[in-house]
Design a protein around this ligand. Structure first.
Ligand code: F6R
Length: 621
């Protein structure tokens, strides 16, 4: 939610400052695209040079081409997801203070901004925008006016503010410095050679350096051409160890695909395989990526609560079926924003599993903190290395999906399910619910998934064709039962967010309790058909649901397993995926639905990587 980039170069003013910031913004645009702006500092000027434009980054690039900015020693840039104030040029960041000497950009929400704005207004400050950010800018300028350096002024400003923020600021009188601050929003430092970088995410600077350094809560950072200094909230210097980012710039490129989303759908076999790789040691122990929860604690757990939002919560719903079945522990799955505010019953015997691609979703962060305050242990299943949730959880299991740039989540979903399955398998072994040979069998079944996902991708042309023929549909329904239910929810969410079509996912058994009233002649309904095999198969029950909607005129499209000889009798079209164990089927059956949404949105001419009104990581509550 809002992308932030900062850069200081080797001392001489050059065009590189703007180049670095613009290419960083292009990579961060997934975080928000309501407006974009840059501020540049040069040694011989009293004011910073600013350009900003409402709309996507391309508008800013056009404005810069028509009216170029001077070469610079330092630069900051911002891509916005609007919170306070409409997406206009005036509300775009950077915001100026001290008569244009200071520029500031911000990600987050300042909760006490109204009080501070009133105080500044009484002091005669005139505001140029409706944003909370501008308040912080003027506050910072007031501190600088008292004779403080930009860094000290940022430290004292951060102490005055309530809420969530990452700030970057520059001062025309300190042309070789960019200062940043963070509380509850991400900020990463990139360490270069004679130049340094700041970004909301390492993708902002990955093409220039893979050496990064993270900031903790309430820290302030100062970057100059030859140094990075981190301060805690009291102003004391903190020593932080840099780390090497494990993927390179090519992972954040489209790699020949027309969209990031299509590329990321095709990354899914690797995302699952990488998430599985080398996880279970020779003693059957799950290799976590950080933190530790004692086996005795895990053995005493009497309830698991999964907290997550959106697609990540559907991964949790899939995991629930598996973990309850394998471990015999009750599992609740709760939307993080609902969990946090309903006084949930959690305690020392509750294991909370926080699932998040970004690791920065504010609702999930708040749920994690609340659970920890109640004494619960938290395991994070997170994709972004070093993100807030990964750092604050007691233990972390990374999904190794690589950077997910398209706003709608695809490969992270499959990787989240895979990681949650690993956790379930590990707990089942630890708690003695499964014998070692059963554990090995489950792991072997999981190992087969990447090749099966690849088969789904290789045979996806029919669903792509169907999507193009359905560009004018107004409503699409999705039905599933058992693990097919979260797949139906995810299929509907993808279609809503990408193609702006009304779509609903229902538990197939719930249909006759109301939703069937929606079905009329010609209504497209996708049905996730369970495997016909196995003693407890729900196949015939879901077939009955297919018949119920068909009898009322629905057009039925079925996702079924290869070898299902009955499916074709009940469907206008069947899309087959390879057979798999029942619990693992969502990893395959969701893929045609992702592709369907992608293609239908493309057929309508929509931007599938950056759907309207959305942002990749929702860092406000
Ligand atoms: C949907 C989507 C969102 C996210 C949700 C949680 O395609 O991407 O529903 O799944 O905002 O985000 P993370 O996983 O970053 O916590």
């Amino acid at each position: 939610m809002c992308g932030i980039v900062g850069y200081v170069g080797s001392g001489e003013a050059s065009a590189r400052a703007l180049g670095v910031v613009m290419s960083g913004l292009a990579r961060l645009e997934y975080r928000g695209y309501d407006s974009a702006g840059v501020a540049l500092v040069t040694a011989d000027r009293e004011r910073v040079a600013v350009a900003k434009k409402a709309g996507k980054l391309v508008n800013l690039a056009k404005a810069l081409a028509e009216d170029p900015l001077p070469d610079a020693t330092a630069a900051i840039g911002h891509t916005r997801w609007a919170t306070h104030g409409a997406p206009t040029d005036a509300n775009a960041h950077p915001h100026l203070a001290a008569g244009g000497r200071i520029a500031i950009i911000h990600n987050g929400i300042i909760e006490n901004y109204a009080k501070l704005r009133a105080e500044l207004t009484r002091d005669g400050v005139i505001f140029a925008s409706e944003t909370d950010t501008e308040v912080a800018g003027h506050w910072l300028a007031r501190e600088v006016d008292t004779g403080l350096s930009l860094t000290d002024a940022m430290l004292s400003t951060a102490r005055a503010l309530e809420g969530a923020f990452t700030f970057l600021a520059v001062d025309a009188r300190e042309p070789h410095t960019v200062v940043g601050a963070r509380r509850n929003s991400p900020l990463v430092v990139g360490l270069g050679d004679g130049e340094n970088f700041l970004g909301s995410d390492v993708v902002a600077f990955i093409e220039h350096t893979r050496v990064a350094l993270e900031l903790d809560q309430d820290e302030v950072v100062e970057i100059t051409p030859d140094g990075v200094t981190v301060f805690d909230r009291t102003g004391a210097v903190v020593v932080r160890e840099p780390y090497e980012v494990t993927w390179d710039a090519s992972a954040a490129e489209r790699g020949g695909f027309a969209t990031f989303m299509d590329k990321e759908i095709h990354d899914q076999p690797a995302a699952v395989a990488d998430t599985l790789r080398g996880r279970i040691d020779e003693h059957g122990k799950l290799q976590l990526d950080g933190g530790y929860i004692d086996d005795r604690v895990l053995n005493s757990v009497d309830k698991i609560v999964v907290v997550a939002c959106g697609t990540a919560s559907y991964a949790g719903l899939v995991a629930r079926y598996a973990i309850e079945h394998w471990c015999r522990i009750p599992v609740e799955v709760e939307l993080a924003h609902e969990f946090r505010y309903r006084d949930p019953v959690v305690g020392v015997r509750t294991l909370v599993v926080a699932i998040s691609q970004s690791g920065e979703t504010m609702d999930t962060i708040m749920a994690v903190r609340h659970a920890q305050q109640q004494g619960a242990n938290v395991i994070a299943i997170v994709n972004v290395q070093g993100s807030t949730i990964a750092r604050e959880a007691d233990a972390v299991l990374y999904t190794r999906a690589g950077p997910e740039i398209a706003v709608a989540s695809t490969k992270a979903f499959l990787a989240q399910i895979t990681a949650a399955f690993l956790l379930g398998i590990f707990l089942a072994e630890l708690r003695g619910n499964k014998f070692p040979d059963e554990i090995s069998a489950l792991l072997a079944e999981l190992d087969e998934i990447p090749a099966k996902v690849q088969r789904v991708l290789d045979t996806s042309q029919p669903i792509r064709d169907l999507a193009h023929s359905m560009a004018n549909e107004r409503t699409v329904l999705f039905l599933g039962r058992h693990v097919g239910y979260p797949v139906a929810l995810e299929g509907a969410l993808k279609l809503k967010e990408l193609a702006y079509i009304h779509a609903e996912g229902f538990a197939a058994g719930e249909l006759k309790h109301g939703p069937i009233a929606l079905v009329e002649e010609g209504q497209p309904v996708f049905i996730i058909l369970p495997s016909p095999n196995g003693r407890h198969s729900l196949h015939s029950k879901v077939i009955s649901n297919v018949q119920e909607v068909r009898a009322r005129g629905a057009r039925t499209f079925v996702i079924a397993e290869e070898g299902d000889t009955e499916a074709a009798d009940y469907a206008e079209q069947v899309f087959y995926v390879p057979a798999s164990p029942v619990l693992m089927a969502p990893l395959l059956k969701v893929v045609p639905l992702q592709i369907f949404a992608l293609e239908l949105a493309s057929a309508k001419g929509f931007d599938v990587d950056q759907p309207r009104n959305l942002a990749k990581s929702v860092t406000v509550e």
